[in-house]
Design a protein. Structure first.
Length: 516
């Protein structure tokens, strides 16, 4: 594909360039054979991960709300710098869930509140008047987050304490939302333009009924529950979840794949109509979560390499390039259809033109995590690395590292993009997951219930990568170096006195007894 050739060519230039971002690295979990790339990775992490490098912002590194549960886990399950993992993990036990600890609301028992202090999303203004909407993506994100923390900490007390809450939430998904029969159904929002309201984090899009984003996360929750039930020895529940997960890919494809478009649609309403405006974030995340196959992936990547609808505002006005923001792909390749748009927070003058808002043609940094992980799943390693280095170089070449602060007179970045076109810092604490793709993807480190799995995928331009992780009660330095370039990877973990070779495409399992 032409797109792949272009970004691979750009990768070398981006890695070797030095920008004007003044940020400092407050922690340095990453290292590579490129000093500039190493600095960019660690500065990005200090700005958008730990948020210790404030620049002119006042960011909090945590979402600290149910919608951010899984994103916070991706950011901090592997790293307890300054006790950030402890904080994020403890927050899970404070999520309000109807029917637990005296929590009650209008929704049935097992419903996690949309916001920490409200059963509904805080959108009771604008066109919504005094009535806010209910969200549902936080439900499957909760068990997915619990899995991440347990897999990295191996804290049985934490798991045994929180698992009943997780099961309660899963019961809501399985029974109240019909998930035991396949795809969860949002009975509050039927997905039709006439009666539906926003029901996910993308809170100006009227998704509902069979929601693709909620469904793909439900798939992750099912596979994670299989493993968690295995840990505690609940074999009946483990088998139940495994049975649901076994054929889920076919069910998902049957509901959401549009063969003529070559991509997954946004949702299917109560009348069976597929709603689609080219939802890039949904397609990349579906692939990263293990759904789809190479044929579908290649069609999706091809779609992203083709001209999209022209942008209608800002410095990229007229652009048809899906990656014109450089930082990440557009969230949608088309303007979200007006009947599917909920303008509760539109400005007084009306809806912004296409490309003027993160939810319709704008972008968000966190999307890059799923873009990289989707491409690495199908061994498009150099293409994935180009996505990462383009993002880092874009940040590095902005005088405020792509942070915004309206109160301090920083409404635009150096490229003329504004706060609601580029989802970087406040209110987007999930931005930091983008650089975690370096750990999960290129270094190839994933925690599972029986230990660490290290599956390196080094791009052609790097000979060495390293990441420091906090696993169980230990800090480990995981080093990957090409040997007999590039036919063998050599893995070293000094703290474990481990030194082994890994054939590309294979994994090393630093295994532990999951019954400990």
């Amino acid at each position: 594909m032409l797109f792949e050739v272009v970004i691979v060519t750009l990768a070398v230039r981006f890695v070797l360039s030095a920008g004007k971002c003044p940020g400092q690295a407050y922690s340095t979990p990453f290292n590579t054979s490129s000093p500039i790339l190493t600095r960019q990775l660690n500065v990005f992490w200090s700005i958008y991960g730990t948020c210790e490098e404030k620049l002119d912002t006042n960011d909090n590194p945590f979402g600290d709300n149910p919608a951010w549960a899984e994103w916070d886990a991706i950011k901090f399950s592997w790293n307890n710098h300054n006790g950030y993992r402890d904080h994020a993990q403890a927050t899970l036990s404070r999520f309000p869930i109807n029917g637990i600890d005296g929590t009650t609301g209008n929704m049935s028992n097992g419903f996690i509140w949309s916001w920490m202090d409200s059963e509904r999303w805080p959108d009771a203004r604008g066109s919504h008047g005094s009535i806010a909407s209910y969200h549902f993506d936080q439900l499957p994100r909760f068990p997915a987050a619990v899995y991440q923390y347990y897999a990295w900490t191996r804290n049985r007390t934490f798991l045994q304490t929180i698992l009943p809450r997780v099961e309660f939430v899963m019961t809501y998904l399985l029974v109240n939302m019909n998930g035991s029969y396949g795809i969860p159904i949002n009975r509050v929002n039927d997905g039709t333009p006439e009666t539906s309201r926003p029901s996910t984090y993308m809170d100006q899009v009227k998704s509902g009924w069979k929601d693709t984003w909620v469904t793909m996360t439900f798939y992750t929750a099912l596979t994670n529950m299989v493993e968690l039930e295995k840990v505690v020895g609940n074999h009946n529940q483990m088998t139940f979840y495994q049975t649901l997960a076994n054929n889920f890919g076919e069910i998902f494809d049957g509901a959401f794949w549009n063969e003529s478009l070559g991509r997954y649609v946004g949702w299917v309403d109560r009348n069976g109509y597929q709603h689609d405006s080219g939802y890039v974030f949904i397609n990349l995340e579906a692939l990263a979560r293990g759904l789809g196959n190479r044929t579908k992936a290649d069609r999706i990547f091809q779609w992203l390499s083709e001209p999209a609808d022209p942008i209608g505002i800002g410095p990229h006005n007229g652009s048809t390039d899906v990656y014109h923001n450089v930082l990440a792909a557009r969230t949608t390749t088309e303007n979200v259809a007006q009947p599917d748009w909920d303008g509760w927070s539109d400005p007084d003058e009306g809806r912004r033109p296409y490309g003027g808002l993160v939810e319709s043609g704008g972008t968000m940094i966190w999307l890059t995590y799923y873009d990289i992980m989707a491409r690495l799943r199908f061994n498009y390693t150099d293409e994935a690395f180009a996505i990462l280095t383009r993002m880092l170089d874009r940040v590095d070449n902005d005088s405020h590292c792509l942070t915004f602060n309206y109160e301090k007179g920083r409404p635009q970045d150096d490229f003329g993009e504004d706060f609601v076109q580029i989802g970087s810092n406040f209110p987007f604490p999930e931005s930091g997951i983008a650089v975690v793709a370096f750990l999960h993807g290129f270094v190839g480190v994933q925690a599972k219930i029986d230990g660490l799995y290290i599956c390196p995928q080094l791009p052609s331009s790097l000979d060495f990568v390293q990441a420091q992780v906090d696993y169980d009660t230990s800090r480990l330095t995981i080093q990957i170096r090409k040997q007999n370039a590039p036919s063998i990877y050599h893995l070293t973990i000094p703290e474990q006195q481990l030194s082994v070779d890994i054939v590309p495409g294979a994994c090393y399992n630093l295994s532990f007894d999951s019954s400990e």
